[in-house]
Design a binder for this molecule. Sequence first.
Ligand SMILES: [Zn+2]
Ligand SMILES: [Zn+2]
Length: 280
Amino acid sequence: MGKSKTVLPQNSTDRMLFTFMIVGIPFAAVWLGCVVLPHYHDTINTTVVLHITAAAFIFYNIFHNILLVIRTDASGRTSYLPSVLKPGWRYCAICQVNYPPRSYHCHICDECILKRDHHCKFTGCCIGYHNHRYFLIGILYVFIGAVYGIYYQWDYVYSTINLPVIYFFMTLLAPHFALLFGAISLWGVLVATLHTLGLITLLMVSYLLVMQVKAICLGQTQYEMKHGIHDYNLSLYQNLVDVLGRRWKIAWVSPFINSPLKGDGINFLKANEYELPKDI
Ligand SMILES: [Zn+2]
Ligand SMILES: [Zn+2]
């Protein structure tokens, strides 16, 4: 784990998206637990306990991974950076420091980030070498939570709206029209709107996850993927360890499982220097 910092989103778009996420995720959990679940079950039985345990596990992982994305210092400020410009390095005129390959300056965070992946507008900070693990596992759990929640409440939403399939989907797209025609109640509008928001969240996070998995499999950051840089593609195994750390097999269970990164975020092995798989 890198050094710790406490910084909340710097600009208004980031603050808006951060609020949407930080309010929306607990709200979804309360909604599913207090509105949808009692619709299916009258008493607390094994199924209810299993659902609550699964939901708590997903929520725990989303929350703590987000927290660690924000709290982990992804910049190189605390690393030793040389005063002589080495080959392949770059001088950042804003930070006035020499930075290693794969690091770039973020104009929102106003600092250089080691192995900069991208600026995350939902957490208001950059994803780089030291917090990439938390970001990847965090969006994986948001994806699992969204699939779980949408699947779980589908019957409830369908029976609440109570319209033929074609009108059901039209109601999801424009619930206010269904209300105008007297097809659903105000409660139906709320249920349909929340379900649509859930579907939008699922679409967004699926896109993020696909882009992340694609780049990580190829040993690239989002920047390198956009610019066609393939210099650091070692092997699928090494690329995965580079993001999730040495204990990648269990690192996804909890963000507090220690999984040290094999490098320092400054020196990277290039694909043409890579020969035999190292024993990790
Ligand atoms: Zn900089
Ligand atoms: Zn940034």
